[in-house]
Design a protein around this ligand. Structure first.
Ligand SMILES: Cc1cc2nc3c(=O)[nH]c(=O)nc-3n(C[C@H](O)[C@H](O)[C@H](O)COP(=O)(O)OP(=O)(O)OC[C@H]3O[C@@H](n4cnc5c(N)ncnc54)[C@H](O)[C@@H]3O)c2cc1C
Length: 354
């Protein structure tokens, strides 16, 4: 058996653990200092901006397409194995186009997606207002509707991955912190572990680990705040509840007249520090009300923030062998798209090992 240790149990570590659990020659252990989905993943909205993203070629699109395809098999696989119902919005993503945006860009993307075998519709504003009467704004010129993009609850998905991987024999060590890697041994606060492969999927915690390996991967925290709003009435038509995205703000329907609204994008200062500013969350809410006025009647029942791991000076995500090591793989730095790219990341890691 080949011994593999995965550090970190956010969506990335959990997806890797599950994918590797399907390979009978691997003995997989996951080490997590806290509990699953307790860091960036726990704050995420789970919007999978795949087909509707502007990415059309090379690695960025290849990873997105790979994830979209794997999700179609992964979700039923997990649900039937674990008995967990994973909340997935299959009504697509609707992106609002404002007068200052370029519609030609979307027409070109629609053409490309058609050639690639994916659907993307361009709605005139009158049709958009008919389909989504909760949207009101004179500056909106069109809507881009992506019926095959999804939104998934990131915490429940992570938990389902952990449950399925556990059933397949993966050993999860929660509340254990990795501190170093020395003389082919992983050093944790609870002792030393032997391994053949080390996978660093520790989100922002990947930077100190790589530093201890003399190969610092520079990841910076980009903070995101979000909120949950409860309304007295469902927004728009009850039987058509896609994720609506406007001005980089997502309105995510949860059912029961509840919606997630987010997220801010707050960059760190020169020292790498970033603190949540409550005014920015209020501004986000007001900007959403400007195109979805009914949100003003809602009650904010929860607010939270998380820090997205963003690679400095290289494209997100980082999925590669650590320079100078043949048995250490980085699977981190997913910035704003970790939930979207988790299945593809897990497949890439599997291929790097095999
Ligand atoms: C507000 C917000 C909204 C977002 N919305 C979306 C979205 O809609 N769609 C999308 O695709 N993405 C979204 N993201 C981005 C997404 O959350 C991240 O890209 C993703 O969660 C990264 O996952 P990860 O597993 O790499 O990191 P994390 O979830 O941070 O997990 C890393 C884990 O490693 C553990 N760890 C770290 N160091 C150690 C150590 N030394 N020893 C043991 N364990 C360690 C941590 O405790 C943590 O649990 C959002 C992020 C935020 C903050």
């Amino acid at each position: 058996m080949t011994k593999v240790i995965v550090v970190g149990c956010g969506i990335i570590g959990a997806a890797i653990a599950y994918e590797l659990s399907l390979m009978s020659h691997l003995d997989v252990t996951v080490i997590e200092q806290n509990k699953p989905a307790s860091d960036s993943t726990g704050a995420a909205l789970g919007v999978l901006m795949g087909i509707i993203s502007g990415k059309t070629k090379s690695r960025a699109w290849r990873l997105r397409e790979k994830s979209l395809k794997r999700y179609e098999t992964l979700l039923p696989e997990l649900e039937s194995q674990t008995g967990t119902t994973i909340p997935v919005n299959r009504q697509g993503i609707l992106k609002l186009v404002f007068a200052e945006d370029k519609l030609e860009k979307w027409q070109k993307l629609q053409q490309t997606r058609q050639e690639q075998g994916w659907q993307l519709a361009i709605w005139h504003r009158e049709y958009l207002f008919q389909k989504c009467p909760q949207i009101e704004n004179d500056n909106i010129i069109a809507g881009i509707y992506s019926p095959q993009d999804r939104q998934i609850n990131p915490k429940i998905l992570t938990e389902a991955l952990v449950k399925a991987a556990t059933q397949n024999g993966v050993n999860f060590q929660l509340g254990v912190r990795v501190t170093d890697y020395k003389n082919q041994l992983l050093v944790t606060n609870q002792g030393l572990l032997e391994l053949d492969y080390l996978i660093i999927a520790a989100g922002l915690g990947s930077t100190p680990l790589t530093t201890s390996l003399q190969q610092t991967l520079d990841l910076r925290p980009v903070l995101g705040q979000a909120m949950k709003i409860k309304l007295e009435k469902t927004l728009g038509l009850k039987d058509f509840q896609p994720v609506i995205t406007g001005k980089d703000i997502h309105i995510v329907p949860l059912g029961n007249q509840e919606y997630w609204l987010g997220a801010t994008v707050e960059f760190p200062d020169e020292a790498g520090e970033v603190i949540a500013e409550t005014e920015l969350l209020e501004t986000l809410k007001q900007n959403a009300i400007a195109f979805c006025p009914a949100l003003a009647n809602g009650k904010v029942i929860e607010t939270w923030y998380g820090k997205r791991p963003r690679p400095q000076g290289q494209a997100a995500p980082v999925i590669e062998k650590l320079a100078g090591y043949d048995n250490i793989i980085l699977a981190t730095g997913h910035y704003r798209n970790g939930v979207l790219l988790a299945p593809a990341t897990a497949l890439e890691v599997r291929d790097l090992i095999s």
